[in-house]
Design a protein around this ligand. Structure first.
Ligand SMILES: Nc1ncnc2c1ncn2[C@@H]1O[C@H](COP(=O)(O)OP(=O)(O)OP(=O)(O)O)[C@@H](O)[C@H]1O
Ligand SMILES: [Mg+2]
Length: 380
């Protein structure tokens, strides 16, 4: 009776490139949940910069239109923040009562969180307790209040209510734990390759142990292609997508002539056509990949030094960057670990007839955070 009255919570990932929206509900049968809503909408250029909402009105409009278009009835939203406004640290503290820790949180956080403690929202979760040493492992979270307020405000401006405010890296971890239960004894890293930031989550044999937001994103490809081939952002993005799609279809080879077919007529179209078939495009993409992998590998080095671990069973790629041609191969060559594309809907039933399975499969990796958020609103 009460369950029926529970209002649906929609997962809403407000990314700097696109807003992703997912709602789930419990399903009968083999898979625990089924898809209720799935939508993606591009955010107008420069309205979200490095995770900060620079211009509220267009973002609110994008959200309203997306939710209205998909006839999402419930106003309840689970959203998240990430990037330079968020810090997550796993720390070992003397064993104490959760209430005591909550009271001491600003003091404890001061030591581990390089933000002004007065400007942040703090939270924690106890991961494990050790009787022998009288200590406990805790994850501390600090999110700049300004950033959280901004997200709450844009959701309000879209006439909805933020009921859950999460962190992208946690949502990614959540999506992994749900979708890959049989991998819970492995050591895995998940990289959510977004437009402005890479969210990284590490699980050691199922224990969440490390989270970082790496301040480099897939926007780098767009900027490099723009500069190199004198394209606007839209066309550069289109070239990136076409080259990636083409290479995927060919099993990673060079782009072929068919890339030219999509481009529009006229002067500009001709430029674009040249760019899309130019072998230098792959070279530019490769250079950016190496730069991005350089940043990722620094973070892995840091993690490995402090965790004293050498090996990963798998590195999963999520986010829009998971599509980018050759990035996974190059990462594998550099680090040596198996690289897999993350499937956030692996254990979600997609009701036939209501969705376009191809579209959903194509947008799979970038909906990882939205799935992790939607999972907060349902119970298995
Ligand atoms: N099919 C594709 N092929 C190549 N690149 C793609 C593809 N789809 C998305 N991208 C790239 O991925 C990026 C968008 O990824 P995503 O949607 O995960 O970012 P975001 O969540 O909006 O950003 P952030 O989390 O950094 O704020 C864009 O830079 C886009 O160019
Ligand atoms: Mg994102």
């Amino acid at each position: 009776m009460f369950l029926n009255r529970t209002r649906q919570i929609t997962g809403l990932d407000i990314g700097s490139h696109a807003v992703k929206m997912i709602a789930l509900r419990p399903a009968k049968g083999e898979l625990p949940f089924e898809l209720v809503h799935f939508g993606v909408a591009d955010v107008p250029e420069d309205t979200i910069v490095d995770g900060a909402i620079a211009d509220e009105e267009p973002v609110a409009r994008t959200i309203t239109e997306l939710l209205d278009q998909h006839k999402v009835k419930s106003p309840l939203i689970a959203a998240s923040v990430s990037g330079n406004a968020v810090i997550v640290r796993r720390v070992t503290l003397p064993r104490q009562d959760p209430d005591d820790l909550r009271a001491a949180l600003p003091y404890e956080a001061e030591e581990h969180i390089p933000f002004d403690i007065d400007d942040v929202d703090l939270d924690f979760a106890i991961l494990s307790e050790d009787d022998e040493s009288g200590s406990m492992d805790v994850v501390l979270v600090a999110a700049k209040r300004e950033r959280v307020d901004e997200h709450v405000a844009v959701i309000e401006a879209a006439k909805r209510t933020a009921t859950i405010m999460d962190i992208d890296a946690f949502a990614v971890q959540n999506a992994f734990e749900f979708n890959y239960p049989e991998r819970q004894f492995e050591d895995v890293a998940i990289l959510n390759l977004g437009s402005s930031v890479i969210n990284m989550a590490v699980l050691e044999g199922g224990n969440p142990s490390f989270w970082r937001d790496i301040a480099i994103g897939m926007q780098q490809y767009v900027v490099a292609l723009q500069r190199q081939f004198m394209l606007d952002a839209f066309d550069a993005e289109e070239v990136l997508r076409r080259v990636s799609r083409n290479a995927a279809a060919q099993g990673g080879g060079a782009p072929d002539r068919s890339l030219a077919e999509w481009s529009d007529e006229g002067e500009e179209g001709a430029d674009l056509q040249d760019a899309a078939t130019d072998p230098r495009v792959l070279e530019v993409i490769g250079q950016v990949s190496d730069r991005i992998i350089g940043e990722i590998s620094k973070t892995f080095d840091f993690y490995q030094a402090q965790a004293m671990r050498e090996h990963f069973d798998a590195v999963f790629l999520a986010g829009g960057g998971a599509h980018i041609t050759d990035l996974g191969n190059r990462l594998h060559d550099r680090m040596g670990w198996p690289v897999e594309i993350f499937d956030p809907l692996r254990r979600v039933k997609i009701p036939e007839g209501l969705f376009d399975p191809e579209y959903i499969r194509d947008s799979g990796p970038e909906s990882t955070v939205a799935v992790g958020l939607a999972l907060r609103g349902v119970t298995e």
